[in-house]
Design a protein around this ligand. Sequence first.
Ligand code: AMP
Length: 207
Amino acid sequence: MNFVFLGPPGAGKGTLAAVVASRFGISHVSTGAIFREAIKNQTELGKKVKAIIDSGGLVSDDLTVALVQERLASLKTGFILDGFPRTTGQAEALKNFAKIDGVVNFELDDDTVIRRLAGRRVCKNCGKNYHAEFTPPKVEGTCDACGGELYIRDDDKPEAIRKRLMVYNDQTAPLIEFYGDEIVPIDASKAPDEVLEEFVSKFNLNN
Ligand code: AMP
């Protein structure tokens, strides 16, 4: 199966996508993670997108679409697109190179988005996510999984959070109308295991 995960930043798309991908043997394609990896490795792509991402803006449709098209072409499994498409231009383009079986919209109000993003901490080494308030690591500032140092993403700083929400409401929320009846809504305010349960039951994936 091929899924698109829509929803505001901080809705838990990435967390659920990682779990679903490993449980059902499909690929998790996160454009945000691809960009962050490129920035970390200081590649040409990373240099091009760093300032845009740090400020909370969107990378251009051309660049993002080409990247996703290339990534999907290399896959031999189903996939979850996490954070793509983010504009109607990207969604139009996607129709031309992939068949999507399920479009999930993770619903979360703005206040909860801000609270979640402001508390997010990410491991510099393995990328695992924590939340200072809800899912803190055992030792403050240190990753439970690999001992790496935790940091706050530049785009999780207050000004960038405000901008990302504005960009989401302006450019990405219209995709809910774009996909219309195809959308399967999920209440993203619940705990991760309840969100997973709702996803599994709505798509009849029990196994
Ligand atoms: P995310 O981890 O999905 O929140 O993405 C982090 C940042 O990467 C976003 O705020 C954008 O700057 C950039 N980004 C990720 N996906 C896209 C996309 N589909 N189109 C444009 N920019 C993107």
